[in-house]
Design a binder for this molecule. Structure first.
Ligand SMILES: Cc1cc2nc3c(=O)[nH]c(=O)nc-3n(C[C@H](O)[C@H](O)[C@H](O)COP(=O)(O)O)c2cc1C
Length: 289
């Protein structure tokens, strides 16, 4: 599969947030499971503390809600995430355009930089920064020659924002980040997550990811990494049929560990072999129906 001018042998990779910025872990995951790509946790130019526990809950089979709040070790997380033998995408975050650019400037050796303008879990960061999307993209583009991927969330105006991201210079899009939700415990009715709200992920957002990727692909035929709700190989197939060229996993890894990458890749491979198809043959196939 071609993505950003590079030939990928594998389709399934790791989405941002489930790999710790620890070199030994990244090396082991790269070697044992050979994912199409590894995305780092979102890194900011300075270390940030995560929110207080609880930061992640499982509220239904295959469904999660998290508000870690972009806790990360800062720039030093980049060298911990870059490993030989795997394509690494550095997820950059910040509270101003120059902070995203600072992370990008230090990401030499990565395959691409992914801009997290979509996490709902910390005020002033993530989705708060989509309001100055143009400045973020332009600051990053002038700081690095690496391809720039913009990660968007499941907002009502996501198709319009995707168009703007491409117009401002994004080379590809990652769709989608989590959907903001809230739950209470039923004794004292306090929120289950310390932050109050959290991002919903996993099985329950698959139809949302399918719809958004399809709409964005139909409009722009953009290069897309599909993320959201993939727990089985046939979920990944749906994201390809919606227009994604590669697929990222987050909740599947919390559910089944990193071996989910290999299982889902193998399931896809078997499907394509049985049908006599190549992965490229199905990209966007559902959108045209
Ligand atoms: C525990 C956890 C942490 C996450 N952290 C990040 C993050 O740091 N940056 C980011 O862009 N997305 C983050 N995400 C969002 C995922 O990358 C992904 O977009 C979302 O979970 C939907 O995919 P899924 O249904 O496969 O989990 C996180 C998700 C989870 C579950």
């Amino acid at each position: 599969m071609r993505f950003l001018g590079t030939e990928f042998e594998k389709i399934v990779g790791i989405a941002s947030g489930v790999l710790p910025p620890v070199k030994a872990v990244n090396e082991r995951v790269c070697k044992e499971y050979s994912p199409a790509f590894l995305t780092s946790k979102t890194l900011t130019p300075y270390p940030m503390e995560p929110h207080r526990e609880p930061t992640v809950i499982k509220f239904h089979e295959g469904c999660y809600m998290n508000a870690i709040g972009l806790g990360n070790p800062g720039i030093e997380g980049i060298k911990e995430s870059l490993v030989k033998g795997c394509r690494v995408i550095i997820s950059a975050g910040g509270a101003k355009p120059e902070e995203f650019a600072e992370v990008a400037r230090h990401s030499e050796g990565a395959f691409a930089v992914e801009l997290n303008v979509s996490s709902p879990n910390r005020k002033g960061f993530g989705e708060s920064t989509k309001d100055y999307l143009k400045d973020v993209i332009q600051a990053v583009k002038s700081a690095t020659a690496l391809p720039v991927i913009v990660k968007l969330g499941p907002w009502d105006n996501v198709v319009e924002l995707a168009g703007k991201a491409l117009e401002y210079g994004a080379d590809a899009l990652t769709l989608i980040n989590t959907l903001k939700g809230k739950l209470y415990e039923i004794e004292g009715f306090t929120p289950l997550l310390s932050y109050g709200t959290g991002g919903i992920s996993g099985r329950c957002i698959l139809p949302l990811a399918v719809r958004i990727i399809s709409e964005v692909y139909a409009e722009y035929e953009a290069q897309i990494i599909g993320v959201g709700g993939v727990l089985e190989w046939h979920d990944a197939l749906l994201l390809l049929a919606s227009g994604a060229r590669l697929v990222g996993l987050a909740s599947a890894i919390m559910e089944r560990g990193f071996k989910a990458v290999r299982d889902i890749e193998e399931g896809l491979r078997e499907y394509f072999a049985n049908k006599g198809l190549k992965p490229e043959d199905v990209v966007g196939i559902g959108v045209k129906r």
